[in-house]
Design a protein around this ligand. Sequence first.
Ligand code: NAD
Ligand code: UGA
Length: 465
Amino acid sequence: MKKINKICCIGAGYVGGPTMSVIAQQCPEIKVTVVDINKERIALWNSEDLDKLPVYEPGLKEIVGEARDRNLFFSTEVDQAIDESEMIFISVNTPTKTYGKGKGQAADLKFIELCARDIARVAKTDKIVVEKSTLPVRTAEAIKSILENTGNGVNFEILSNPEFLAEGTAIDDLLNADRVLIGGAETEAGQEAKDALSSVYEHWLPKERILQTNVWSSELSKLVANAFLAQRVSSINSISALCEKTDANVAEVSRAIGFDSRIGPKFLNASVGFGGSCFQKDILNLVYISRSFGLEEVADYWEQVIIMNDYQKRRFAENIISTLYNTVSGKKIAFYGWAFKKDTNDTRESAAIYVADALLDEQAEIVVYDPKVTEETIYADLDYLKTRDPQENRRLLKVVTDPMEAAKEAHAIAILTEWDEFKEYDWQKVYEAMLKPAFVFDGRRLLDSDKMNELGFKYYKIGQS
Ligand code: NAD
Ligand code: UGA
């Protein structure tokens, strides 16, 4: 079997960085080089101060500290890394297209194509090219065509090896993966490539958890896994709206249905809506692909997951406005949390952005506190929407580093991320600092209703009347 000595990964983001760090830590005899065109990002991966790594993940800095400069390297020398590696992972971003055909739904594959062209130009020896990014089904065909038509006559085997880690638990997910999926050609060379990649993961995972399929099943399974997970969140969020009208409690409903082993307890937490860089983009991609094959009903079915998610974010913002006597103009509203979930500094598609945007439309004055998200990121998220000019965003929304400062003389607090520290606050002190009546809108069902009511808050929890 082909033994892999040198790996390169193109894309040092939330997937490339943690995934390659774990591979390097677990396979000390393999040289792993992570390359990116973003110089600042690579400089941050090389920071001496491990608290400055560009991705925050519990347990990541310890692994980088152990493997970096031993067999893990971060570099901007893309060509050199491609040239010397036997196996090349492509882990670049695949955002939703913002232009042209498929705008707003299809995946933008320009970064993938650039990588394929770089590999084709540079490679002088046979390579195994691994799709780590999430891609529309049949993308491997396009990559193969580019590699074979512009390459230097070397042999390329293309594998699909989608990543299933969730942010905030990336290291644990990588070290204890439920499964690793490897798709490849059903040929002798394809089998050899799949086995070579499998042997990398076998350094720390039992072989039974490494599934091999054809390329297309692997590419499609990634989109389907995300669609099923997001569908559970939208399903329970739809029920949260019904609970608020009927005196049912969504946590009790989740528990009651989750005890059925066929349903299971995970991913049934009602929330202000799912965020993150992938659920929405991957479902939109599935919708686009289905529609492009003329499967209208299939497309409509999955699109409803997104429609429900948009409704949930809007519903949360509208509840704040109507509860605050139908006007939030000039009212200070503190946001606790901006990240799309706890234990990450990632804010892509975070519900907080859309709730803030709706409240800013009503001239609310928002003060944000998040333990890991920078002011720069928060303004960039809002500016990206282009709803109002950047100066207006900065006039109406402030970012602070002290949660008590955010609460001071606020009319309301909205909890947008389930950071553990919010549970530990002295809520009596928070109450005293706020204007009365002191409203708390808990979009994460984080706090205890009885305790909050006893303290005097007007406390609203998603999924409970
Ligand atoms: P990211 O934006 O954090 O990182 C992508 C990196 O690729 C960026 O640093 C960018 O500069 C770099 N890049 C783009 N084009 C390049 C090129 N031609 N050469 C070199 N570098 C280039 O994205 P991410 O969150 O790591 O996601 C990457 C892929 O993994 C996406 O397809 C995503 O759907 C998938 N995925 C993400 C997650 C997650 O939790 N974020 C989980 C599973 C799968
Ligand atoms: C998700 C998947 O869980 C990963 O398996 C997948 O690899 C990844 O997408 C990807 O392809 O990018 P991630 O988006 O990082 O991971 O985080 P999740 O834990 O799935 O949470 C997504 C969103 O759903 C968050 O906003 C979270 O707060 C929300 N959520 C999750 C709920 O509102 N309720 C739940 O019960 C679970």
